[in-house]
Design a protein around this ligand. Structure first.
Ligand SMILES: [Mg+2]
Length: 224
């Protein structure tokens, strides 16, 4: 019996295009100014220090840091300090209203319904937990954060490793077979299935169906 749902964001709860076409360009555009404005603040010093350790490069000025982070964005490297920095940038964007999260209407409706029925809802995304919470608290169907019982990011491990799903099962207190994982990404689904979770592929616009998995086109089709 399914007791908990573990949900991917991009391609599952929200369009893939928002992150690529809105959030990343926004973070890229604001990066330089943001680094200059907050350069002496402890939170940013911590992020820059972590980036120096990973890259082996010295980052003495906001410009040097901007160069490195821009490279990471261009190469789509999902590294912890970059995610952390983007979390801060997006926080600014969502708080000023420059960004509003587009959550699929059927997902909004069903999440509320499932929550009322007592199902536990968790999010697992490669975006940082901070970014996830920001996203759901500024969605076009309101603040959705109270619906979720927990948020996971790559700090528990890669979404393509089955050990990450085993870890999430332990952390949430559910048996793997009690958790239904929904994602558009076949590699993530394969990893979750290997860990014993039930899986469904979300096939929204721009996603290729993979015959190895059962598919849904809308959350209306899910009977947990
Ligand atoms: Mg996805």
């Amino acid at each position: 019996m399914t007791k908990a749902l573990l949900l991917d964001i991009e391609g599952t709860l929200a369009p893939l295009s928002f992150v690529k076409e809105v959030m990343f360009p926004y973070s890229r555009e604001r990066l330089g100014a943001f680094l200059r404005e907050h350069w002496d603040e402890p939170f940013l010093k911590e992020i820059v220090k972590e980036a120096e350790e990973i890259s082996g490069r010295e980052l003495k000025t906001p410009e040097e840091a901007e160069r490195l982070f821009s490279e990471w964005i261009d190469r789509d490297l999902k590294l912890a300090p970059l995610k952390e920095l983007q979390g801060h940038l997006w926080e600014e964007g969502f708080k000023t209203g420059a960004l509003v999260a587009p959550v699929y209407e059927d997902a909004c409706r069903k999440l509320k319904e499932w929550k009322e029925k007592g199902l536990k809802l968790f999010v697992y995304s490669s975006g940082s937990v901070k970014a996830q919470k920001l996203f759901f608290s500024h969605s076009d169907c309101g603040d959705l954060t109270p619906l979720f019982d927990g948020f996971f990011d790559t700090r528990v491990g890669s979404k393509k490793e089955s050990s990450s799903y085993e870890k999430i099962a332990r952390l949430t207190g559910f048996k793997p077979e009690e958790i239904l994982f929904i994602s558009d990404n076949p590699e993530e689904l394969e990893a979750a299935r290997k860990a014993g979770l039930k899986v469904l592929q979300s096939v929204r616009e721009g996603v290729t169906p993979d015959g190895r998995f059962s598919q849904i086109r809308s959350f209306e089709e899910i009977e947990p």
